[in-house]
Design a protein around this ligand. Structure first.
Ligand code: ADP
Ligand code: MG
Length: 388
């Protein structure tokens, strides 16, 4: 894979795939524009070399063309960050005169690429229609690299392709964690479902010295161990998977550390051994918070994904806040936090600058770790560069 700062690219028409999948408020204003800000280093770099940019992104999950998923608010915000350029949003690049009438613009942005069926289908005809807009392709959408779609993998077969600076930053940090981390490594994995994170936890059995577990996924593991969990969120269908995971960790001699107490729906603190049939575990309890914080304080590398409680309700976010506080209190450790809900859980907390890296790429970051550095979007950039 070649990065844009390792090659000479000037006076070209560059198709740049970014991830502008920002959270929107009800009134369609942008709730958080971090993803737009994160793309500026690559965009500015390419513009400084006198290139013309055709920017592609998706937003949300529209089934078809749908104005409520328009990139218009995003184009408007991007304009604020690139004030020297006149940014044109192209409603439909397939209607030819639409794009040719703006071909003199230095920065063109296409409407939500998911408005086109060919995107998710990775349809070769659509790939060629996209590729015909430029001379070069640059992928800087790390957060979308786990998708095998036209604007991520398909287009790399049609154009010389390079990776942008955000991808460079993300993979440098994540590679360090999975290939050469400073020990001890503490992974905190929580969130709702064990079935979606079993591969990740397995992978951490090879990387981490301690794995701390919480949230709904810990409930399933507790149930698999024979604990009563009452009406707590769990996945009965994943019990077998959970047992296999517990076995594997034992063989590898990696401690999988589960909560010993909880806060239930009635806001009572209860030891796990005392959960009754009507109880519902909503958060980790104070004893677990303390134990987890102690282990986190010994770490040289910390990776955290998943809220340990139903943080959306302020009564059940103390556990998640305790994990956060323990991480920022450990100034000797490299810390990485990722996951859509995890990031929104801590977004308003003071001190986020003390975290080494907050990865905006939820699913992609987790898959990158799980697959030992491989993602379809990155692999296709590798193959592409090798064959040239
Ligand atoms: P991320 O997006 O950071 O990867 P997940 O999507 O896996 O995280 O999980 C986040 C969700 O898990 C949150 O909506 C939170 O309410 C839920 N959750 C955490 N603990 C519990 C619990 N004990 N019971 C039910 N839901 C939980
Ligand atoms: Mg989530």
């Amino acid at each position: 894979m070649k990065f844009i700062d390792e090659v000479e690219i000037s006076n070209k028409k560059i198709i740049v795939r970014v991830d502008f999948n920002v959270p929107l408020n009800q009134d369609k204003t942008i709730a958080n524009d971090q993803r737009i800000k994160d793309s500026i280093p690559s965009l500015s770099y390419l513009l400084d070399q006198d290139n013309q940019l055709i920017i592609i992104s998706h937003l949300g999950r529209p089934k078809t063309r749908d104005a409520s998923f328009s990139l218009w608010p995003v184009a408007h915000r991007l304009q604020k960050y690139l004030p020297e350029y006149n940014i044109k949003l192209i409603d439909d690049f397939l209607t030819g005169n639409n794009i040719t009438s703006h071909s003199f613009n230095k920065v063109i942005m296409l409407e939500n690429i998911r408005f086109y069926e060919g995107e998710d289908k990775n349809d070769p005809k659509f790939v060629n229609q996209l590729a015909s807009l430029g001379d070069i392709f640059v992928n800087d959408a790390f957060a979308a690299c786990h998708r095998d779609t036209a604007s991520i993998t398909g287009i790399t077969k049609a154009l010389p392709s390079y990776a942008g600076l955000l991808i460079k930053k993300e993979i440098n940090i994540l590679n360090k964690i999975i290939k050469d981390p400073q020990k001890p490594v503490v992974a905190i994995i929580a969130g709702s479902k064990i079935s979606t994170k079993v591969g990740l936890i397995e992978r951490f059995c090879d990387i981490a010295d301690y794995i701390l577990l919480g949230g709904g996924l810990a409930n399933t593991l507790l149930a698999a161990q024979g604990n009563q969990i009452g009406k707590s969120l769990a996945e009965p269908d994943a019990i077998e998977q959970a047992l296999k995971l517990l076995d594997q960790a034992k063989i590898k001699n990696i401690p999988l550390i589960l909560p010993t107490d909880s806060v239930t729906i009635t806001t009572e603190t209860k030891p796990i051994s005392n959960i009754g049939p009507e109880d519902k575990i909503m958060d980790i309890g104070p004893q677990t918070q303390e134990q987890f914080a102690k282990i986190i304080s010994t770490a040289k590398t910390i990776i955290w994904n998943g809220p340990v409680g139903v943080f959306e309700d302020p009564r059940f976010r103390k556990g998640t806040d305790a994990i956060y506080e323990a991480i920022i209190a450990n100034s000797q450790a490299t810390s990485i936090v990722g996951g859509g809900d995890t990031i929104s859980a801590i977004a308003e907390n003071p001190g986020t600058e003390k975290i080494t890296h907050i990865s905006p790429a939820g699913g992609a970051m987790l898959e990158f770790i799980e697959n030992n550095g491989h993602l379809p979007g990155l692999d296709s950039l590798d193959t592409q560069t090798n064959s040239n």
